[in-house]
Structures are given as C-alpha cells and as structure tokens.
Write a protein that binds this ligand. Structure first.
Ligand SMILES: *[C@@H]1O[C@H](CO)[C@@H](O)[C@H](O)[C@H]1NC(C)=O
Ligand SMILES: *[C@@H]1O[C@H](CO)[C@@H](O)[C@H](O)[C@H]1NC(C)=O
Ligand SMILES: *[C@@H]1O[C@H](CO)[C@@H](O)[C@H](O)[C@H]1NC(C)=O
Ligand SMILES: *[C@@H]1O[C@H](CO)[C@@H](O)[C@H](O)[C@H]1NC(C)=O
Length: 234
C-alpha cells in the first residue's frame, strides 16, 4: 500500500513537471544557396503593453541566452502576448523576388534554446529544419523596399519556455507546384517565452489526494475479499 502511494505520488509530480515540446515539422529542400534577402523586424505586445520595434532594437536583444538583459526585460507569456512582424527587401543583397514569390514566416528556437535538444536544432538551413517548427503565416506578399504590413503572431499556448526569433522565407512554386525557398532572412533580435502552467495547482492537489484514496480503497477491497473467502471456506 505504501509503495503504491509513493509510486502514484512520483507519477503525479513527474507529470506536473513534464514540459510539452513542439512536434517538429520538416521543411522543403532548398534549390540552391539561399540569399539573405529579407530584413525582419519585431515589436511586441506584452500584457497589453506595446513595445515598439525601435525599443526592441535599442535594447541589447541580439543575445538569445537566458539571463541576457533584453530577454529578462521583455519576457513574453505563451497564450497571452503577441509578436508583431514586418519584413522588407534587403537592398544590399541584390536579390529581386521572382514573379509569384510569396513569403512564409516561422518561429525559430535560438541556438541557446536548441543546445542539447536535437529536436530543436537545424541540420541545414532549410532541410528538416527543426529549428523553425512554428508556423506563423504563409502566402504573404513578396518583400519590397518598404516595410510590409504588420503580421501579428499570437503566441500559441503550447510554446515551451525558450528564447526565439522569427525567420522569413521567400517561397517560389516550381513547375510541379512544389514550394521551395529561394531567399530568407532572420530577425536579428530574440525574445523570451515563458510557458503557461497548463496544470493548475488544484488539479495536482486532487491527483495527490487520489493517490491516497486509490490504494486505500484497494486495500479495503482486498481485505473484504479475503474475509469473504475465509467465511466461504468455513
Ligand atoms: C549573452 O548574455 C549572457 C547572459 O547575460 C552573457 O553571459 C553572455 O556573455 C552574452 N553573450 C554575448 C555574445 O553578448
Ligand atoms: C543584407 O544583405 C547583405 C549582402 O548579402 C548581407 O551582408 C547582410 O547581412 C544582409 N542584412 C540582413 C539584415 O540580413
Ligand atoms: C517534377 O517532378 C518530376 C517527377 O517527380 C521530377 O522528375 C522533376 O524533377 C520535377 N521537376 C521540378 C522542377 O522539380
Ligand atoms: C539565420 O539563422 C541561421 C541559423 O541560425 C544562420 O545560419 C544564419 O546565419 C542566420 N542568417 C541571418 C541573416 O541572420
């Protein structure tokens, strides 16, 4: 009985600390070397308060390490906060988007948040890119020399605690209708995501409570059966 209680307690506490991870999706193979042709800028809405792109840029946000000043200053909550994204053509890249090109935006884990987690780490930039498994938007207009209209990403509730950035791919459909990236760009600033605690304390307490009730009932049942069998034998 005591062993059962201990096992059950361990299981419920383990369950409470388990973090949900993204199911990585693979991406299409690049047709060639990708040009860094897109500039991506981020602004945030944190607990209803706007942080402009200029504020984000002026803070030391180009460091994806937890503990870096910018990440501590701008901590975002999954399922509450928003990232506002604009993109435009990097004119020094010499790239001109081909006719029919569309933009796809993805949420990516920083190198820091990918370290030691192969399921979050990029093998090559695009092929099986587990670094950018979070879809934000696709089929957006090709980048031009002026900033795009703003795309708002409401952080999904299943984002794990991590530091992230946003990547834009310029996608082009080939003769077979398959989309391939022809250019890309990363946001040069990172943001930190704090996971929402999806297991309320009351649920954990209830589970712990059940840990005692379950084995107790089982003991009563077993004892009852034993008594009943003993009676039957006499
Ligand atoms: C990033 O921030 C961390 C924590 O503050 C610091 O230890 C590290 O040196 C920084 N890295 C760079 C490249 O600035
Ligand atoms: C713009 O393109 C140039 C030339 O390819 C590259 O060196 C630079 O890093 C790019 N800038 C951004 C913000 O991607
Ligand atoms: C289209 O598909 C065929 C058959 O799968 C393949 O041989 C060909 O290379 C593809 N063409 C392009 C442009 O991807
Ligand atoms: C974008 O991120 C990839 C992977 O982290 C990196 O290899 C590449 O240099 C970055 N490009 C830019 C333009 O920042």
């Amino acid at each position: 009985m005591a062993a059962l209680v201990v096992l059950c307690l361990a299981a419920s506490l383990l369950g409470a600390s388990a973090q949900p991870y993204a199911n990585p999706t693979s991406q299409m193979l690049p047709t060639g070397k990708l040009s860094k042709a897109v500039q991506v800028n981020l602004a945030y809405e944190i607990d209803g308060k706007m942080i402009t792109a200029a504020q984000v840029k002026s803070a030391p946000c180009a460091n994806g390490t937890f503990g870096a000043p910018c990440l501590e200053q701008y901590r975002m909550q999954a399922d509450r906060d928003k990232v506002m994204i604009t993109y435009q053509l990097n004119t020094t890249s010499g790239f001109t988007p081909p006719t029919g090109a569309k933009v796809k935006l993805s949420g990516c884990y920083s190198k820091y948040s990918g370290a030691g987690r192969p399921w979050r780490t990029a093998k090559t930039l695009v092929a099986k890119d587990k670094q950018c498994p979070w879809p934000i938007a696709k089929k957006l207009p090709a980048p031009t020399t002026s900033p795009s209209s703003t795309i708002t990403w409401e952080l999904p509730e299943d984002l794990p605690a991590s530091s992230m950035f946003v990547r834009a791919y310029v996608m082009l459909a080939n003769a077979n209708g398959t989309n391939n990236p022809v250019a890309y760009g990363n946001a040069t600033t990172y943001f930190r995501v704090d996971m929402i605690n999806s297991r309320p304390q009351s649920l954990i307490s209830a589970t712990i409570g059940l840990c005692f009730v379950g084995p107790f009932l089982l003991t009563v049942l077993l004892l009852g059966e034993k008594l009943w069998l003993a009676k039957k034998r006499h």
